[in-house]
Design a protein around this ligand. Structure first.
Ligand code: LFR
Length: 498
């Protein structure tokens, strides 16, 4: 799509950004030299286990989106939203019947239904061939594995359409269906070299690609808010919806405030840490597969070459367990205590799928320490320190593997997303990587979402580098220089990797 002609004054955009633990609607105002972001509405995202299955409460989320759009309209200058963009976590989806009605709640990627699906998938296509064709990391929850697990279920039999979560929200907002490419690239059904469906893979697995509506790319028009939505949200139409990097990680990487000419790695931190580099072409080698690096598609034809690390999920789940035990932990106090606790006393493998499901996290961390012959953390602060040291160590491994496998230099590491607020995590990451860290913005996904909309509407211009320099010029960032002993991190790495 060619961008709209440039506008004279800044415009306001609503960015819907749904994360695994909360959703938000942000209002971004953008124009030449101007970029501001305000939170209009934040709401919890609480998955529900029912009948043995873990579901997303997708109508609850949509309720939050509608409330948020109403607030966004109130917060925008003159009440005008120039457009709306939607991003969320990846891989999950809703199935629609022939009338367009939702066939049940979308299943959470942490649900156990995919146990054994990878094995069944490997019997259809050897993992080496699947990686060579799709460049996607192994994760039990990849959409392909979910489809293998769901084969033959009544819902699958009745399904006439499959919409990834942000596409489902956009469909309810506009009545128009599309499949946004950055998120489609997490299904394991897209060829990252062509940015089109990997048809031979779909054929091998018997996946009917006509379930997916046509592909669209970040910046493409995605319809207009329906009359019922305008009325519900108290907005004046028309309000267009614009496709953005609808995978939250694609928007977060677009929202990395990288400096032109300075080679960078990024870590998008939140429930997950997604750590890697941005490339022009995928890396589909056997070494890359063995290192479980993924080639997801980014904004403007880029490749997000990265590894999934368990991320702040480890900490969130510890807090939930302690709360359930009636401990009422204060995160600020715990982090201060953790900063004083001895460094690298025990570390766990923050990439280990044993940490994927919810529940009993402090106990699972203790078990992992015991199994590897390390001291078991004695108290919550010790556990928090173990989690943060382990995350920093996993960040170090991912950045150095990304360098080695892609042949890219890395001079600086950008930490964006919620974890950018965690000073201890950012400093430990600088120490572990032996590289300077630039921390912020925490709302990188919403910024990436807004910038793509703003460019499509003609409010800002230029390539990704230009969008990033606008971010750099307008947003506060924190700098962390590496300190301490690299040898200690090397020893810890050897202890975790064996
Ligand atoms: C982060 C994220 C990751 C994806 C995981 C599951 O929010 O989108 O990129 O691997 O969630 O969808």
């Amino acid at each position: 799509m060619s961008p709209a002609p440039p506008t004279r004054s800044p415009l306001s955009f609503a960015a819907v950004d749904l994360g695994a633990s909360s959703g938000r609607v942000m209002v971004g105002t953008a124009g030449p030299g101007v970029l501001e972001l305000r939170e209009a509405h934040r709401f919890p995202n609480r998955p529900v286990r029912a009948g043995g299955t873990l579901y997303w409460d997708v109508l609850g989320l949509y309720r939050g989106v509608l409330d948020g759009l109403r607030e966004a309209g109130r917060a925008a200058p003159r009440g005008r939203l120039a457009s709306v963009g939607v991003d969320s976590w990846a891989v999950d989806h809703g199935l629609l019947d022939a009338s367009g009605a939702l066939l049940g709640n979308p299943v959470h990627y942490r649900d156990g239904r995919t146990a054994g699906a990878a094995k069944r998938a490997a019997a259809v296509l050897p993992p080496e061939e699947l990686y060579a064709a799709t460049g996607l990391q192994y994760q039990p929850f990849n959409t392909l594995h979910q489809l293998v697990a769901a084969r033959g279920t009544p819902a699958m039999e009745a399904a006439r359409r499959l919409l990834l979560i942000p596409d489902l929200i956009a469909y309810w907002l506009t009545g128009e269906a599309g499949t946004e490419l950055t998120n489609a690239s997490t299904t394991q059904l897209v060829d990252p070299r062509t940015g089109d469906w990997a048809r031979p893979v779909a054929e091998a697995f018997g996946v009917d690609l006509s379930l997916f509506p046509p592909l669209r790319r970040p910046g493409d028009p995605a319809g207009e808010l329906l009359g019922e939505v305008l009325e519900e949200c108290g907005l004046d139409g028309p309000v267009p919806v614009t496709a953005v990097g609808s995978h939250d990680t694609a928007s977060a990487v677009a929202g990395v405030p990288a400096q032109s000419g300075r080679a960078f790695a990024y870590i998008a931190t939140g429930t997950w840490s997604l750590a890697g580099v941005e490339l022009e072409a995928p890396v589909l080698t056997e070494d890359s597969r063995a290192a479980n690096f993924t080639n997801e598609l980014g904004v403007d034809g880029t490749v997000r070459y990265l590894r999934n690390i368990m991320g702040l999920w480890l900490l969130q789940e510890c807090l939930r367990s302690w709360e359930a035990e009636g401990l009422a932990p204060d995160l600020g106090a715990l982090l201060r205590e953790a900063a004083r606790a001895p460094a690298l006393r025990s570390v766990v493998d923050a990439g280990d799928p044993v940490f994927l499901p919810p529940g009993r996290m402090p106990a699972r961390i203790a078990e992992a320490c015991r199994r590897t012959g390390q001291p078991v953390p004695r108290d919550p602060a010790g556990t928090v320190r173990c989690v943060l040291d382990s995350l920093a160590l996993a960040h170090r491994r991912a950045v150095s593997d990304a360098r080695r496998l892609s042949g890219r230099e890395v001079e600086v590491v950008h930490i964006v997303g919620g974890g950018a607020r965690n000073e201890l995590l950012c400093q430990l990451t600088a120490d572990a990587c032996g590289l300077p860290v630039v921390a912020g913005p925490a709302e990188a996904a919403a910024f990436g979402n807004v910038l793509v909309q703003a460019r499509a509407a003609g409010a800002v211009r230029g390539d990704l580098a230009a969008l990033r320099s606008l971010l750099r010029a307008t947003q506060p960032l924190r700098h962390h220089e590496p300190m301490g002993d690299q040898a200690a991190w090397r020893r810890a790495e050897a202890a975790v990797c064996g």
